[in-house]
Design a protein. Structure first.
Length: 71
């Protein structure tokens, strides 16, 4: 997927998070992060922080801790 599409997807993830749809936001972020080329070309610290926040709000504390460590 082209980088612009991933950046658009991350924008949607932020909107979903703000709307309280953390499960949707986390799924989008996980999809974006699954592309190692994109993840290596762009700074992902804030993305992992957002993912950690989503996991935390979903009660997935172990996953949240891992995401926060990567942020």
């Amino acid at each position: 997927m082209p980088p612009l599409d991933y950046l658009t997807a991350l924008s949607v993830a932020v909107e979903e998070h703000h709307a309280g749809h953390c499960d949707e936001a986390a799924a989008i972020i996980e999809d974006v992060l699954s592309d190692p080329v994109f993840a290596s070309q762009f700074p992902m610290n804030e993305v992992y922080y957002l993912l950690g926040t989503c996991y935390q709000e979903l009660g997935l504390m172990a996953e949240a801790a891992q995401a926060f460590k990567r942020s």
